[in-house]
Design a protein around this ligand. Sequence first.
Ligand code: GLN
Length: 310
Amino acid sequence: MSKPRIQAAVAAGYAAAKGAKGGKNADYIPFLASVPSDLLGVCVVTTDGCIFKSGDSDHAFAIESISKVFTLALVMETIGVEAVREKIGADPTGLPFNSVLALELHQGKPLSPLVNAGAIATASLVPGSDSEARWAAILECQRRFAGHPIALSPEVNDSEQATNFHNRAIGWLLYSAGSCFCDPLCAVDIYTRQCSTLITTVDLAVMGATLAAGGVNPLTGERVVADVHTAPILAEMMMEGLYTASGDWAYTVGLPGKSGVGGGIVAVVPGQMAIAAFSPPLDEAGNSVRGQVAVATIARELGCNLFSRG
Ligand code: GLN
């Protein structure tokens, strides 16, 4: 695909998103409510390492739920694909990302590593003898995906740790069902920290492009995840990456994606590129309103729907 074509698609995605209205910053985490709502970043990174960007693509924001993908990759590397499916699952819950009902309905099995219950269970499987060792493994994993060191924002983390009572309840429910594999408060602490790192839209596109490239970071050349693990990770993203809107996203865009309540969103085009955007206002499902418009527009302009022959 030619560079001018990709650059034009990024410009079109940015313009379409700029004109989109609606949504509201997440406010259940106080820090997120304070982020300027008009920020908008867009970026495409190809599997051969070219970067195309527009707007506030170098502005750092909280990774939030998008971190679930990378911790899943880390745990898949540690315990294998089948153990992840057996302990956590690979199905959509059909319920909001922080639902406890999904656990009740499925005998304590979280179903997806990309909703809070499954992500807390996944965090409990991160290798390490104590919290700090597990945390170091997560940061190292995010570093390898992004291609440079990633840091925790103490401000975001403090804001989350002071308000994460619902997630702590999920931790205890998981534990009582045998689906949390370490002390539940430790798992929730690690999960909360992994959501509190800062990335830019360019970082996010590089992280997605690493999955698009079969697990090798296209900027550093470092292998981050085994090639055989990228397909099941992308399958999880297709099933639950945009929560209750995942079906609509598959229907209209046809790409595995992942969003976070910080306003980030990424879609992966296997073998070709990742398309990322950042804009804080969210819709009812918890997905960035303008981020979805940007990514969907770029994917459409470039003919990237996996279910279409182009
Ligand atoms: N830290 C947030 C939470 O657990 C992440 C949720 C999200 O991005 N959907 O509620």
